[in-house]
Design a protein around this ligand. Sequence first.
Ligand SMILES: Cc1cc2nc3c(=O)[nH]c(=O)nc-3n(C[C@H](O)[C@H](O)[C@H](O)COP(=O)(O)OP(=O)(O)OC[C@H]3O[C@@H](n4cnc5c(N)ncnc54)[C@H](O)[C@@H]3O)c2cc1C
Length: 506
Amino acid sequence: MKISIIGAGVSGLSIGCYLQMNGFETEIFEKHSHAGGLCTSWKRGEFTFDGCIHWLMGSNSSSPFYRLWSELVDMKSVEFFNHEVRFEIELEVNRDRHGDRVFHLYNNINRLEAYLLDLAPEDTGLIKDLIRSIRVMQRFELPPMIENAPVMQSWRKRLAMASYLPFVILYLKWRNVTNFSFARKLKNPFLKEAFELLFDGEEFKMLILTMPLSIFDRNGAGYPIGGSYRFANRIAERYKALGGKIHYDQPVKRILTGGNRAQGVLLQNDSIVYSDITISATDWYFTMFEALEGRFLNNSILALASQRTLKLYPSVFLISLGVSRSFSEYPHLIRFPLNAAVASPDGTVYTRIESHIYHYDPTLAPEGKTIIVLSLYTRNGDFWINLRNKDMAEYNRCKTEFAEKIIDRLNEKIEGVKASVEITDVATPATYHRYTGSWKGSVQGWFPDRNLLASSPVGIGLAGLSDFYYSSQWSVPGGGLPVVIKAGRDLSRFISMKYKKQFIIK
Ligand SMILES: Cc1cc2nc3c(=O)[nH]c(=O)nc-3n(C[C@H](O)[C@H](O)[C@H](O)COP(=O)(O)OP(=O)(O)OC[C@H]3O[C@@H](n4cnc5c(N)ncnc54)[C@H](O)[C@@H]3O)c2cc1C
């Protein structure tokens, strides 16, 4: 049975691997010149800039995702770096009782607990409750029962779910607690400000912090040395070793449909490839509105397009610097306040920025040098996308000027950094959109704010269209690499079972 897959991001590659293992003949059509999609790095002179993985959930066996990654990649051969501190936050107003302005979010839970209790003995009850909850989370495999795709309910699965009751109780207790509401209860001014600033002044569910912390504590969410592209390329190599074919520089224009079944793809160069099953593992908006020409829309899809049901994960204005020093005396990831606010041409006003120094990965720069990446998140990706389409010269002027302003601000924080810059590379939401098609340049699909466990209305199939399937970061709110491998595996399992094949892993 012949299957066409659109997109060689980690979704398309994972689906391809699992289907090849199960006897399907697949080929992937990728618009770019290489695989990985958003999970990428790029070379500039002697520097490799990384544009993705800060942490990969499942980097060791303490996380159930390790089993999934190991099905596709020889995980023992990947070297992961685990940070002691996940990130640091420089506060604006308060200092801790030792005079320090910086809050350290330790990955080790015992260390984090001791640190918090030392800073704020008056908040012992709240701190202990928080830490206890993280420890309870560690007793559960999250997400539960990876072996059973959600599309295949069984009485056994429901019975097993009952063992998750303590986790469900914990979830219900924490589901509405945000960093702001938690901060309001804290008495210590330093901790109060630190929790308010956890997400750069935005309000998020505390579960976004605590669930990953339960995995970070066990070194289960490390950074793969060598960067994101090297990691994604391992999956591409595995796919090819399993007999899969990737056609690079082959953008898909349309999904062919006839008699209400998907028949294959029409490529940008107007050649047609017929197949028994067509899978889109690329952007949801492109798939629904362009590749399928809006012919299979329903109310849920229309509600998504207007962001009524789910909001979009922001895009990012990414400034990458190749610098002639290692800056190893500085923390790897710190969010700090700017001396004066800076307005982006897209209207976002930044009072704080995030600087990521990769001194822990020697493969990205020559000895004694490193790369620094500044991430400025924006919800107005369309500004950059439209400007680039309309006026290339103005787009280049705007992005360069804005990047220079930010580098000046960084120089106020890290002395001498500007003089050490050898190469600057700026990616805007338009860059993400151009290279991967990601809607409005979003970096992770849907944002899981209102309901952390919400399911995405972008389902695996479409009513009225047979032999078509969909799976990508847009399939589960929150996106990210663990989500895409799990969604891709679930879909492959569903297809295997539909065609009466026992799902196997080779
Ligand atoms: C700055 C940044 C930091 C991140 N950090 C992390 C992190 O620390 N941990 C984590 O887990 N995740 C992280 N993510 C998110 C993660 O990278 C994504 O969720 C994931 O890579 C999405 O994979 P995907 O295959 O679903 O989509 P994509 O990567 O978007 O893949 C889609 C593929 O389809 C191709 N395509 C598009 N249109 C067409 C067409 N018409 N024809 C053919 N091919 C087409 C694209 O070129 C692309 O290769 C980060 C992302 C970014 C950008």
